[in-house]
Design a protein around this ligand. Structure first.
Ligand SMILES: Nc1ncnc2c1ncn2[C@@H]1O[C@H](COP(=O)(O)OP(=O)(O)OP(=O)(O)O)[C@@H](O)[C@H]1O
Length: 293
């Protein structure tokens, strides 16, 4: 856990004011996106403790917080703008949220908070985070979805050996996806046992990042088994509605998800942005603000 930095009186008062707001009955969850857990003396109220969801970048810290009885989720440790960070945290915390819930999202820099955003889950007028459409059918393992999004964010931030790379990760409805695509190069995952090529095993994360330099897409089963890399996806025969400026990679993700039940996570080589496609449309996007490459 990071060592405590001095916290100013103003910071303390601001935090206290937000926590008072968060205790109100209208608020269902307080999503606190910070690696600096709240001081115990601010969390005396049981109802506030129940509403709190921590989103932190350290896996051991998640385990510690869960042990202390908190709800906590892991988010990738990359630098994003405040809004992008909140979006990633909302997706990670998606399993705790229900339609109509009001979420206060709080973040900042180190121990000082500076951003408060109020979100109504599933509200149509809220176009910042369409959580409703992101909640995937039960056959998608949430841990697999989180692992794939984390890997995509890593590929977008880190690239490969100092060069930006792009990729597509297609999850779910794998039989249909394989039928509608073809192998561009030798499938590097062929010959490995299913246990050895499950995305939930951190040991294959480096391999996946390295294979993202291959042309084409990864095909991943709902349970996390990587079936193939280097697949060329169907890229014609469907109308797509993707924003101007996005090219063949994004169009292929749109077409594949329009013609199957799969979800595709696309990393743009040009910008490092990560977009999730479902049913032919973009349902979520995160833009890089501090790209490392
Ligand atoms: N049908 C497809 N299936 C899998 N990969 C594809 C497909 N079409 C294009 N790609 C991959 O996308 C790469 C980039 O293509 P293009 O520049 O047109 O995409 P883009 O949507 O603009 O994405 P980026 O922002 O990454 O450049 C290609 O070199 C190829 O590796």
């Amino acid at each position: 856990m990071p060592s405590p930095d001095p916290i100013s009186r103003f910071d303390k008062e601001l935090l206290r004011a937000v926590l008072t707001l968060a205790s109100k009955s209208e608020v269902d969850h307080l999503l606190f996106v910070s690696d600096y857990p709240l001081p115990a003396e601010e969390l005396r109220s049981k109802s506030l403790k129940r509403k709190l969801i921590y989103a932190v970048t350290s896996t051991p810290l998640v385990a510690d917080l869960v042990e202390e009885g908190f709800r906590a989720v892991h988010i990738p440790p990359y630098e994003y703008s405040r809004m992008e960070k909140l979006k990633v945290a909302l997706v990670a915390a998606g399993n705790f949220l229900h339609d109509g819930d009001m979420v206060l999202c709080l973040t900042g820099h180190k121990r000082s908070i500076d951003t408060l955003v109020r979100i109504k889950v599933g509200a149509e007028e809220d176009d910042a985070v369409p959580l409703e459409s992101l909640r995937l059918p039960p056959e998608f393992d949430p841990q697999v979805v989180e692992a794939v999004i984390s890997l995509a964010l890593a590929v977008g931030q880190e690239g490969f050996e100092g060069h930006p790379v792009g990729s597509i990760f297609v999850m779910g409805d794998s039989i249909a996806v394989l039928e509608k695509s073809k192998q561009l190069t030798i499938n590097p995952f062929q010959g490995l046992s299913e246990a050895e090529r499950n995305i939930l095993d951190p040991r294959i994360h480096e391999a996946v990042k390295n294979f993202s330099v291959l042309d084409g897409a990864f095909v991943i089963r709902e349970d996390g088994v990587v079936l193939a890399a280097g697949r060329y996806l169907q890229s014609a025969g469907e109308e797509t509605r993707i924003p101007l400026g996005l090219g063949a990679r994004h169009a292929a993700a749109a077409i594949t998800t329009a013609t199957t039940k799969a979800v595709a996570v696309v990393v743009s080589q040009t910008s490092g942005s990560v977009r999730i496609f479902r049913g032919g449309e973009i349902i979520f996007e995160v833009h890089q603000s501090h790209r490392r490459i």
